[in-house]
Design a protein around this ligand. Structure first.
Ligand SMILES: N[C@@H](CCC(=O)N[C@@H](CS)C(=O)NCC(=O)O)C(=O)O
Length: 247
């Protein structure tokens, strides 16, 4: 695929799913041609290409951190912001303005959720390895699993319950990018905390039903079976540390 002619260029750390995956799922669902630039060979691709944009003097407003998306001359970061931009262009949000803001609101809540999940294994600083903050990670994770996880899961489950009672099947009326993001978050949690997640399954039947529907969407199913879908590992956002997974 030609680097210059492909409209959507995603920049993210090439060896992990991370936060880039939330944008990747939207691009894959819509089947729009895109380049995953840091996964391409240098000199056009690779981490160097990502770093060049992070440190470039060309864009007055440049990203603080990956993932970011380049569309023409526009360089956008922050997952929720990128998805809010892509949603209407890729047909991944309902048509009306109010629904779009509700989708964004839920996506921002996913961002908060993801941050807290990340902080279970890095409670003190991203400048330290997990192994250097294991005691704090244990303390933080115990409280996260007891209080925050049920609160976030209950929030999305309740939203779905109320939508279903109105006859809608998704988080905000029709299908949208935040449904993809909830799917990815549940996948990550099932990987990171298998025991706790198993014990919580009965509390979120509607969310799991939604996730199953997302997983079965033809473009998503094809993507998940492709080599583009990297496996989850302990270098990623969702990490499986048995010491932290206590039901
Ligand atoms: N709120 C941002 C978070 C971005 C972020 O934390 N990116 C990570 C990778 S997932 C990163 O590379 N951070 C580098 C840094 O914070 O210095 C978003 O949703 O995009």
């Amino acid at each position: 695929m030609n680097l210059m002619n492909t409209p959507y260029k995603l920049y993210y750390w090439p060896t992990i799913q991370g936060r880039g995956e939330f944008i990747r799922l939207a691009l894959e669902e819509s089947q729009v041609p895109y380049l995953d630039v840091a996964r391409l060979p240098a000199p056009e691709g690779g981490v160097a290409a990502l770093q060049r944009l992070l440190h470039s003097e060309e864009d007055a407003v440049r990203p603080f951190a990956p993932p970011f998306l380049k569309v023409g001359n526009l360089l956008l970061s922050q997952v929720a912001n990128v998805l809010h931009f892509l949603g209407p262009r890729l047909g991944l949000v309902p048509n009306d303005d109010e629904s779009r803001h509700l989708v964004l609101q839920l996506q921002l809540t996913i961002s908060d959720f993801i941050s807290e999940i990340h902080d279970t294994h890095h409670p003190i600083s991203t400048a330290l390895y997990y192994e250097e903050q294991k005691i704090e990670a244990k303390r933080r994770t115990t409280l996260f699993l007891q209080h925050r996880l049920p609160k976030f899961l209950g929030y999305f489950e309740g939203t779905l319950r109320r939508q279903l009672s109105l006859g809608a099947e998704y988080l905000v009326g029709g299908f949208s990018y935040v449904d993809l993001s909830l799917f990815q978050t549940l996948e990550g949690l099932a990987y990171a905390f298998p025991k706790v997640f198993e014990a919580a399954r009965h509390t979120i039947p509607l969310s799991l039903g939604l996730a199953a529907k997302i997983e079965a969407r033809p473009n998503i199913a094809a993507y998940l079976a492709s080599p583009r879908r990297l496996p989850m590992t302990e270098h990623d956002l969702f990490r499986q540390y048995p010491a932290l997974d206590l039901p």
